[in-house]
Design a protein around this ligand. Structure first.
Ligand SMILES: [Mn+2]
Length: 462
């Protein structure tokens, strides 16, 4: 089912929110509360909104929401007892859980602007939203929230309509796009593509073509092949230095040459021997080292968001990376490539017609790495993309089996969009357990007997 996006309706909703915000920012509002998501896209979106508010001289406070508590719980700490229309809220890259939010918003006097690209749950009547809610979400008009428009793209479009000089902050948008799309820049579509081109045309970023080794574009070609996470380079990813060095020496490439300095002949030699591709990547001219590379910058923000959110918020404003952040980054990359190597070559799988189970427990992969290992092995199609992946193992403290569940975009297309969240609901119905997620990714905790049953019954459940 291919849905053609309704551009007019989407732009109408966006322009309406822009007009109402513009009027009230001059006459009514005196303080804005910005709330955003704890990832690279969310942080970039927040920075764009903060820059806008600064430019139009509106005072603001900001908060980051990591979805670990309900909206009701979270907002109870932020909404004041006394309601005033002088305050307004802007949510970016978050806020599409309307079943939770509408009952809260409809009881308030303040205006709420929600600029989000996550899919909205079923059963919401968009013609009957509270009057103080300005909901802008391109997915309800048929856009794809990952491929067509990032949260930061939407925040940028909103902010630039209000204050055209926000164009200068376009580089922030590129970090958001790079963090959410997980693709080289030549594969961008729709608004992501248009906005990206506009930002290049204004010389705010540099777009180059070359060998794509995302995660390690800033590094030497030796480390690039070892530590690239997108794509994961089978045969070199997570392997030892010598294996990669010998390969590069055999095709007469200096292992210490930087990935971005490889010439066309050298790139061609690598392409001939591997399944790698070339593509476009973005550079941020005002930054240095790793932070110059949009994908790597975004990945760093994604990693830091879970470990240390204030370090993430500070990094996006800095020109160069701190030693602390650099260590966290390389530890993450080294672990992830090592894990991908071991699940694709060493750890046994249990495979049925429709699913793949990988027991990563018993110290094979640290539990804190299960989720990212599952995500990146799916994105890299390390396993049959037509099967759903269940990766996890025994969690010591709960004595339950904890599973990260993933499927590919290809899987969704071939299975009527019946994705991970729906399978999790079915598993809970028939075997119990707790968990949830969205179409592509989710997780569940099950008792050991239920897990054993799941492995037997999975083809009937799916
Ligand atoms: Mn996002």
């Amino acid at each position: 089912m291919v849905k053609i996006p309704d551009q007019n309706k989407f732009l109408e909703a966006l322009n309406n929110a822009v007009d109402i915000f513009t009027d009230n920012s001059k006459n009514l509002y005196n303080n804005i509360i910005a709330i955003s998501h704890n990832d690279a896209d969310g942080i970039s979106s927040l920075e764009i909104i903060q820059n806008l508010l600064h430019k139009i001289r509106l005072s603001y406070d900001y908060f980051i929401y990591n979805r670990s508590v309900s909206w009701a719980n979270y907002l109870s700490g932020i909404l004041s007892k006394t309601q005033s229309q002088k305050k307004a809220f802007i949510f970016t890259d978050i806020g599409s859980n309307l079943a939770e939010l509408i009952p809260i918003i409809s009881k308030r006097k303040e205006h709420f602007y929600i600029l989000d690209h996550h899919e909205v749950e079923d059963g919401i009547d968009f013609d009957d939203l509270p009057e103080n809610l300005f909901f802008v979400n391109p997915t309800i008009y048929g856009y794809d929230g990952l491929d067509h428009i990032a949260g930061a793209t939407l925040a940028f479009m909103f902010a630039k309509k209000i204050q055209p000089s926000i164009m200068k902050q376009g580089w922030l948008t590129v970090i958001g796009i790079a963090g959410d799309s997980l693709k080289s820049m030549d594969k961008l579509q729709s608004f992501n593509k248009e906005v990206y081109q506009e930002i290049i045309d204004e010389d705010l970023i540099e777009d180059n073509e070359g060998l794509i080794l995302f995660g390690s574009m800033h590094d030497s070609v030796k480390n690039g092949l070892k530590n690239s996470i997108l794509p994961f380079v089978t045969g070199f990813g997570g392997e030892n230095d010598n294996k990669v060095k010998n390969f590069l020496n055999s095709i007469e490439i200096n292992p210490n040459k930087r990935v971005i300095d490889l010439d066309l002949a050298e790139i061609q030699k690598i392409l001939n021997q591997t399944k790698l591709n070339t593509g476009h990547y973005a550079l941020l001219p005002q930054k240095q080292g790793l932070l110059k590379f949009a994908f790597e910058h975004a990945l760093l923000l994604n990693i830091l968001s879970f470990k240390n959110i204030s370090a993430a918020l500070s990094m996006i404003q800095q020109r160069s990376i701190t030693r602390y952040a650099k260590n966290i980054y390389s530890e993450y990359i080294v672990n992830l490539t090592r894990n991908m190597r071991s699940i694709s070559s060493e750890i046994p799988h249990f495979e049925t017609k429709k699913a793949i189970f990988i027991n990563a427990g018993d110290g094979k992969i640290p539990p804190s790495n299960w989720s990212d290992t599952a995500s990146f092995s799916t994105v890299n199609e390390l396993f049959d993309p037509n099967k759903m992946l269940f990766l996890g193992g025994l969690e010591k403290k709960t004595q339950m089996i904890k599973l990260s569940i993933r499927c590919s975009r290809k899987y969704l297309e071939n299975n009527n969009n019946f994705g991970v969240n729906k399978i999790i609901s079915r598993i809970k119905e028939s075997l119990g357990g707790s968990g949830g997620g969205h179409k592509l990714a989710g997780g569940i905790r099950l008792s050991i007997p239920s897990y054993n049953l799941l492995k037997q019954k999975i083809d009937n459940i799916i």
